[in-house]
Ligand binder design. Sequence first.
Ligand code: TXA
Ligand code: MG
Length: 304
Amino acid sequence: MVQTVVAPYGDEAIAHAARLIRGGQPVAVPTETVYGLAADATNAAAVARIYEAKGRPSFNPLIVHVPDLAHAKRLGVFSAKARELAAAHWPGPLTLVVPLRPEHGLAPAVTAGLATVAIRVPGHPVMRHLLAAAERPLAAPSANASGRISPTSAEHVLATLAGRIPLVLDSGQTPVGIESTIVLVEGDQVRVLRPGPVLADIAPTRGTDPIAPGMLPGHYAPTKPVRLDVTAALPDEWLIGFGAVGGASSLSERGDLVEAAARLYAELHKADASEAKRIAVAPVPAAGFGIALNDRLRRAATAA
Ligand code: TXA
Ligand code: MG
């Protein structure tokens, strides 16, 4: 057990976090999508601590976060198509999976033995500040115990990682609320591995089969059973509404998919912590942002 400190974002908190990172410790930090558990991606012991704190199976590789495309190019090989996607969406909630460069310098556990690496340039000012201060590429999965609901607040991080990590940088709710879109780029071929907030210009050449190792069903599951497409709750259910379907709470009363994505994990955390025995969720249209939302809902409804 370690004592987990929650530090409000500021220069001092960043300096403290950067010292921990350089000392090989993992730190929870907000990004625009969800809170990440960040550690020095070049330090094998630091990366091992991420896997240990999360209880994550070590075959599941991590996303490496860097300040810009120039840093990304030191780790991966960028085709013209990959450069085009990076130019259009970085900084932002897009992760590109590209071939690993020979002199990448990453700890082997980051890529879990694959010949590719997942890289993201985040847009959140706190994560960007930490990247600048730590001067290391940061491996960061979502800051939750493996298989549990992703965190969109410092409280959510504490719910599963308190006593397991030294520091949570707190800057309130994350703005986007669901994890980055992950695309595999092979030459000019693009394949969506995980649907997410970035939809534009990504014409998948081969659908959205769950081939990212971490895309197993049950990956984002609450501890309670979840029933989907529900318009009327059973007596023991906590219904999470959407639009015209009301409930114990709502993803978005006005039926806004972007707002629903930003609230999804907070609503699941709330329902999971409630007295109700089961969770039900209203239908959410499966277009635009709704594709990623329905993907996360299906995973939440599949017991691990
Ligand atoms: O929004 C996000 O992406 C957040 C924030 C913290 O950046 N991170 C995140 O990381 O969601 P994580 O570890 O929860 O999910 C990373 C996903 C996993 O499904 C993993 O299997 C996949 O990325 N992945 C990592 N490297 C890969 C690779 N080389 N090939 C295919 N999938 C990969
Ligand atoms: Mg995760």
